[in-house]
Design a protein around this ligand. Sequence first.
Ligand SMILES: [Zn+2]
Length: 213
Amino acid sequence: MKTWLFRTGQVAECDGIILSDLRKTPGSEFRNVLLCALKLLKEIDPYRYRRVQRRIQWIVCTTLSKAGSAEYRHNTKSCEMEFIEPSADYDLEWLIGWYACVLVHEATHGKIKSRGVAYSKKWRLRIEELCVLEEHKFLMHMAITRPGLASRFDAKFVAAKWRWHWDTPQREQILIQLRRSLFPEKGHNKSRQAGSGASTVPDPPKRPGAATL
Ligand SMILES: [Zn+2]
């Protein structure tokens, strides 16, 4: 049922991974940035790219409970994200690298879940540590061919980033997501909520940049 909804927002396909934009923001960079992120990942770390191919069938731009966050859904093999629309002076190269890290992180969730490990209170800390460790390994590959870009990321594990998601009841998170979907906050697309949850996009260094496929 949900994949039918994803299909209605399909904007691109790359090696079997389908990009779906459910927010349909006019002039959105979602398609361009995510295709560039996939291309970057494929070029510099084919091993983790194959994992993304295996574990993520859909990359979906939608509204979540927290601005700028991303989440893995095992039942649909989807990575749902609230894509941050870059402003004119936003550093697109950085943003592409950031979303490549997000895909590595979320695909690792897929791999762990496929091994039967539930995202329980007992295991969630260890699971997030492993996902961040995979980001770090990806950045080590990036450092070989793109040292300048790689040096601008820091894949340190900070448990506080997930605290809000861990401490807020699921039902409340769904209500917040629903409210944010129905009543978008003014300018929420550019808002940052540090420490709000998984893979939240922080403020990047601003530098003029352009990226195309
Ligand atoms: Zn995670």
